[in-house]
Design a protein around this ligand. Structure first.
Ligand code: SF4
Length: 210
């Protein structure tokens, strides 16, 4: 498992920070991307920008009536639910005047984010890692599946998977950003629900394929 980063990096090349957009956009797309694909997230974001009337994206969305926000983010699916979740998150950020540098310095920030209705561990950690550049590792279903297939590590609990990465890798923002990105890219390319092992560039190191 210690070799995963090097293997993926060699196979796919650098993906850098991977999650596109400004910090403000990442905060919004972290919610929009729940249970949908990235194309739909982009369409929702385009709608927002077409109608944006304020400089600060977060402040603009905070001030929008929730019904209108739902309309704008419709392409992302579950739009009423996501509008409520976004509003909850934006209300929290508003307490700190949407100043991300101030928010980044808050004590127990992860716990605070997790107390917001609709913000789970994957969303909170995505915001921390990609928007605020705090070294937490983002775990998703792809990560769990890859660990099981490659290393016979069968962990379903989010924190146990995250801790495994902390035990095996230094806590480094750039590394965690890129490693999570590489896992997603690899899982979409070949290590799908029905894996295409014949086309996998890291199959020599995978327990499932041996
Ligand atoms: S060999 Fe197959 S199961 Fe293993 S990582 Fe590659 S695609 Fe996934």
């Amino acid at each position: 498992m210690k070799n995963l980063y090097k293997l993926l990096l060699k196979a796919y090349g650098s993906v850098g920070k991977w999650w596109p957009g400004t910090s403000e956009e990442i905060i919004v797309t972290a919610v929009l991307t729940q249970n949908t694909n990235w194309k739909n997230v982009e369409r929702a974001l385009e709608n927002i920008y077409k109608n944006k009337t304020k400089e600060n994206l977060l402040e603009y969305l905070y001030e929008l009536p929730i019904g209108y926000l739902s309309e704008l983010i419709k392409p992302a699916g579950f739009f009423n639910l996501k509008a409520r979740r976004l509003k909850n998150l934006l209300s929290f950020l508003k307490e700190y005047d949407f100043e991300l540098s101030k928010i980044k310095r808050l004590k127990n920030l992860r716990e605070k984010l997790l107390k917001i209705n609709g913000i789970g561990k994957e969303t909170a950690d995505s915001i921390l890692l990609y928007a605020l550049e705090i070294p937490v590792f983002v775990v998703d279903a792809y990560t769990k599946r890859l660990l099981k297939r490659m290393y016979n590590i069968n962990l379903s609990d989010y924190d146990s998977v995250q801790n495994l990465f902390y035990e095996n890798y230094p806590k480094n923002v750039k590394l965690f950003q890129e490693l999570h990105g590489l896992i997603v890219e690899h899982s979409k390319a070949v290590c799908r629900k029905n894996p295409i092992c014949s086309e996998c560039k890291i199959s020599d190191n995978c327990k499932k394929s041996i």
